[in-house]
Design a protein around this ligand. Structure first.
Ligand code: SF4
Length: 179
C-alpha cells in the first residue's frame, strides 16, 4: 500500500506543536511505515509538494504566513489546523490590542533584551504584519481542527490513525489536553 504523503508548516507559533510530534517517541517508527514526511521544519525540502495531508501549526500574523497557508491549501488534500494558535489564534492574539506600529516598537526598540541604539525598525526586509493575528480558517478552509497547547502525542497518533483509515477526525473534548 502506498504511503500517505505529509507536509507540515510552522507559522506564527512557538516550537511546541512541532516538538510535540517528537513526544510520540518510538511510536514514530510505525507511523513512518505508513507516512512519508515530504515537507516540514524537520526535513530539508524547499518547495511544498502535492500531499495527502497538510498540518499547519501557528496563527497568521503577516503576509508571508498568509502566502504559506494558501500554498498549503492548494497542495494538500486535507488541511489540519494543529494547536491553539492555528485553531484560535492562540497567544499571538495578545498583540491584537495594540496598533501594529506599537507592536513593532515593542519588538525592535522597547524590549529590554533588544540592542538597537538607533531605534531602527526594519521595513522592506521583514514580511508586513497583518493588523491582527488571526486563526488560519479566516483565510483558508480547514478540514480538521486539533486544539491543544500543544496537542499531546496520543492525540497526534489518534488523528493520524483516523486520517490513515480514511476518516476525517473530530477530536473529542476529553482529548483536548493542555499538558
Ligand atoms: S498552540 Fe501552544 S505549543 Fe502550539 S504553537 Fe501555539 S503556543 Fe506553541
Amino acid at each position: 500500500m502506498a504511503k500517505a504523503k505529509l507536509a507540515t508548516v510552522w507559522l506564527e507559533a512557538c516550537a511546541g506543536c512541532h516538538m510535540s510530534f517528537l513526544d510520540v517517541d518510538e511510536r514514530i517508527v510505525s507511523l513512518l511505515e505508513k507516512v512519508d514526511i515530504m515537507y516540514s521544519p524537520v526535513v530539508d525540502s524547499k518547495e511544498i509538494p502535492k500531499v495527502d495531508v497538510g498540518v499547519i501549526s501557528g496563527a497568521l500574523g503577516n503576509d508571508e504566513e498568509v502566502h504559506l497557508a494558501k500554498k498549503m491549501r492548494e497542495q494538500c488534500d486535507i488541511l489540519v489546523a494543529w494547536g491553539d494558535c492555528a485553531v484560535f489564534g492562540g497567544i499571538n492574539t495578545m498583540r491584537n490590542f495594540m496598533p501594529t506600529k506599537e507592536v513593532l516598537e515593542k519588538a525592535y526598540i522597547d524590549t529590554v533584551s533588544t540592542v538597537n541604539p538607533k531605534g531602527v525598525i526594519p521595513g522592506e526586509d521583514i514580511p508586513e504584519l497583518l493588523p491582527k493575528a488571526i486563526p488560519i480558517d479566516q483565510v483558508v478552509k480547514v478540514d480538521v481542527y486539533v486544539p491543544g497547547c500543544p496537542p499531546d502525542a496520543d492525540t497526534i497518533l489518534w488523528v493520524f490513525q483516523e486520517l490513515l483509515e480514511g476518516r476525517i477526525p473530530k477530536v473529542p473534548a476529553d482529548m483536548m489536553r493542555y499538558d
